[in-house]
Design a protein around this ligand. Structure first.
Ligand code: ADP
Ligand code: ZN
Ligand code: ZN
Length: 740
């Protein structure tokens, strides 16, 4: 028999199977999915078995060794093939998605392994030992104490024994040598949440709307649902009850959430309902060891509730009975690294194979999901009211142009100032949202218009006050502040645009007695500081939390009654067809943070565009009307949800090579499209909006079409039939979220 092996390599020309002979002794042990070491040229390489055939047309060499692999099986290989094809990735890269993190490094020494500990077990029974003590066969007082301690602590970890008692390692060794006990090395789980004490909660009685949704989804078959519920309408409660139902049937549930909403609070809610031992939590802040062990708990079937960000969709869950995607509109479900997959599409694939429901939840669904719901392709379930009888907040829009006209040049409008004062008086908390970090977003010479740009990226640099430096938010490059214009030597340098640092400074000036705390990438750096900042805000009753995007999603603060949006326009003026949609989503989310319990919430939205439809409709959380107004524009301009956008990106350190390569590819596509009369809109190559990042020049070609098999074929042919210069990278992304 011959094994077909995919090598663990991301080289394009090695992206195919190679045949290897299976040595006698491996014949009945080796399985599909096993990791193997094989000879390749003069080297040895690692790979995975993806299939078996009877004969090979090549001269084959034998496999050197193999290793069981719990994570990859035929099903997973099939899925990896589907991903590789759909998202133009290597099969080996696609297979790696199915392996636990930390196990794919080329350097074997860097790979994580199971963690083991030494445990002590008594070999003789209690009676036998007491007998030996009586007959003075065991005399040492220390030995007697150690053995008696083990009567009630049999199987304790050696390290624990040492810290809890004064029994030393040498005593244990001696007792082992004398045949009274044995020391066994056993695998242990690195579980960051073990022993986290949370009070258990019971399920709530569902509201009428919740109950209808719950009973519809409870069906055990493949079907897709869109759960459209205003913020605070109790979507999470429905998820929990569905998961509970699924557990009863002994099935696994996968719930994806945006990384940012994997908050300690949200995790505690689930732990409180289900207990930590049944939950597998996967997110980027865990160590690789912790993630590795979490994967193992899933494989063993110990953890049947899997909660995690995008890549958790690949967790090795057994018998999946439910997949939930919360905040389904979130851009983090689209991977920006190869394979550039969309977790929602992968979830659909898995739900289909497992014949189980797929639930998409959001207060502001992706327009494509809602369009499908309207067309009856997925079932729409609605929650129109807040679950705990809290009413939606009162939103007021403040026109910043009026403020200027009244001589207020501060970034805090008179109205917002007044409301913050009220909150300080009433000892209620305030959230201030600004989607830009740093101090000033750019600096410019007033005399000649010179702006400081990053030397590696074609983008303006942001001023950071604390380090007194200019930073590039794309590549991290830092430089000194400019005081004299390098172009015209003027000293008339001005700082423009406001970031969270400057906002904090201004708040401290306006309200000197108020306590403030800031949350953005610059303050959230250590492992837990995300949690620390939120806990501090809550427990110490800090008056004002200032932050970026990070403070927007999922949090539930009971004492927050006021939310201020400092600049609602910041996401509106971006060159992206999703600008309106993003603004609507963001505002709805932020507004949803106010008054989630007894206190009535107030929201002040500051803007220079008070007439913007997105801003106006977010005020009432009126998703449907927003959809109606936006969908017309999308249809006219042929954008999703009417069409898919395919972005071919080219990058290289050599500008001319990027240009030539993109033009060559364009000519190829144009010829094929005309000759075969393929129905797509093909745009000529142009520089990307940010045309240089990290010293790489960037060009792109945009295609609008329905991404179906014929288009996939066209693009696969394109990659195969065109010689691509070694120093140029091409990447293909379907419906990218980041169009910069
Ligand atoms: P969403 O996920 O839709 O934003 P949550 O699930 O966080 O909403 O619910 C908002 C609040 O309403 C939470 O405090 C939750 O405990 C409460 N809640 C949800 N369902 C119910 C219910 N059936 N009865 C009472 N309170 C509920
Ligand atoms: Zn100048
Ligand atoms: Zn840069």
């Amino acid at each position: 028999m011959i094994a077909q092996v995919i090598l663990n390599s991301n080289a394009k020309d090695l992206d195919r199977t190679f045949d290897y002979e299976i040595p006698e002794e491996m014949q009945d042990k080796i399985k599909i999915g096993n990791r193997v070491i094989v000879p390749f040229g003069r080297r040895v390489e690692e790979g995975f078995i993806v299939g078996f055939v009877d004969e090979s047309e090549f001269k084959t060499k034998p496999i050197i060794s193999f290793e069981e692999n719990e994570f990859i099986n035929e099903e997973k290989i099939e899925m990896a093939k589907w991903i590789a094809k759909r998202y133009f990735a290597n099969l080996s890269d696609s297979l790696k998605l199915m392996l636990p993190p930390g196990t794919t490094s080329k350097n074997f020494d860097n790979r994580v392994k199971e963690k083991t500990e030494k445990f002590v077990y008594l070999v003789k029974t209690k009676d036998e030992i007491e007998e030996l003590i009586l007959s003075k066969k065991i005399k040492s007082e220390k030995h007697i104490r150690a053995l008696r301690f083990l009567f009630s602590n049999n199987g304790i970890m050696v390290s624990e024994l040492e810290t809890l008692t004064d029994i030393s390692k040498s005593i244990i060794k001696t007792l082992e040598r004398n045949g009274y006990l044995e020391i066994k090395e056993e695998q242990i789980d690195r579980n960051p949440f073990a022993n986290r004490a949370v009070k258990r909660t019971k399920k709530l009685t569902l509201t009428e709307e919740q109950d209808i949704a719950f009973n519809k989804i409870k069906m055990n078959e493949y079907k897709e649902y869109l759960l459209l519920g205003v913020t605070g309408s109790g979507k999470t409660e429905i998820y929990m009850q569905l998961i509970e139902e699924n557990l009863k049937n002994n099935k696994s549930s996968i719930m994806l959430v945006p990384e940012i909403s994997l908050t300690p609070q949200m995790v505690d809610n689930f732990m409180a309902r289900f207990g930590e031992e049944r939950i597998a939590l996967l997110h980027s802040k865990l160590s690789v060891g912790e993630r590795f062990d979490t994967w193992n708990r899933i494989v063993r079937g110990d953890a049947k509730i899997i909660i995690g960000a995008r890549s958790a969709i690949f967790a090795p869950a057994k018998e999946i009975g439910l997949i939930i995607i919360d905040e389904e509109h979130d851009s983090s479900y689209q991977s920006e690294m190869t394979p550039k997959y969309n977790a929602k599409e992968v979830a659909r694939y898995i739900a289909n194979k497992n014949n189980c429901p797929l639930v998409l939840g959001s207060a502001t669904p992706d327009m494509l999901s809602y369009k499908k719901a309207l067309e009856g392709k997925i079932e729409l379930l609605e929650l129109t009211k807040r679950a705990n009888n809290a009413s939606l907040p009162e939103v007021e829009i403040v026109d910043l142009r009026d403020e200027l006209a009244h001589g207020n040049h501060s970034m805090i409008s008179r109205k917002l100032k007044e409301e913050i004062e009220k909150n300080l008086e009433n000892k209620e908390q305030t959230l201030l949202f600004l989607n830009r970090r740093g101090y000033s977003t750019f600096i410019m010479c007033r005399d000649c218009g010179y702006t400081v740009k990053c030397k590696n990226c074609n983008i303006t640099m942001t001023y950071h006050l604390k380090q007194d430096k200019l930073k590039c938010h794309y590549c991290g490059y830092e430089t000194k502040r400019v005081t004299i214009c390098p172009e015209c030597s003027s000293t008339n340098i001005r700082y423009f645009g406001t970031g969270t640092q400057k906002l904090e400074q201004e708040i401290n000036k306006l309200f000197p007695s108020a306590s403030t705390i800031r949350m953005d990438i610059d303050t959230v750096t250590k492992k837990n500081s995300h949690e620390e900042i939120l806990n501090k805000f809550k427990n110490e009753n800090i008056d004002i939390l200032i932050g970026t995007q990070m403070i927007v999603k999922g949090h539930h603060f009971s004492n927050v009654s006021l939310v201020g949006v400092i600049a609602a326009d910041s996401s509106l003026n971006i060159e992206d067809f999703r600008a309106n949609e993003r603004t609507f989503q963001l505002l709805t989310q932020v507004e949803g943070r106010a008054g989630r319990e007894k206190k009535k919430g107030r929201v002040i939205v500051q803007t220079y565009n008070p007439d913007s439809v997105a801003i106006e409709l977010a005020k009432e959380q009126n998703y449907k009307e927003f959809y109606e107004s936006e969908v017309g524009i999308r249809k006219q301009l042929k954008y999703p949800p009417f069409c898919d956008i395919i972005m071919l990106s080219f990058s290289s350190s050599y500008e001319q090579d990027v240009i030539n390569q993109s033009k060559k590819i364009y000519q190829y596509l144009k010829k094929r499209v005309i000759e075969e009369n393929i129905g797509i809109i093909l745009y000529s190559p142009v520089p990307s909006p940010i045309d240089k990042i990290k010293n790489k020049f960037r060009w792109r070609i945009i295609i609008k079409c329905l991404y179906e098999d014929n288009i996939n074929k066209l693009l696969q042919d394109m990659l195969e039939e065109n010689e691509i210069k070694k120093n140029v990278r091409i990447s293909i992304e379907i419906n990218p979220y980041n169009m910069m």
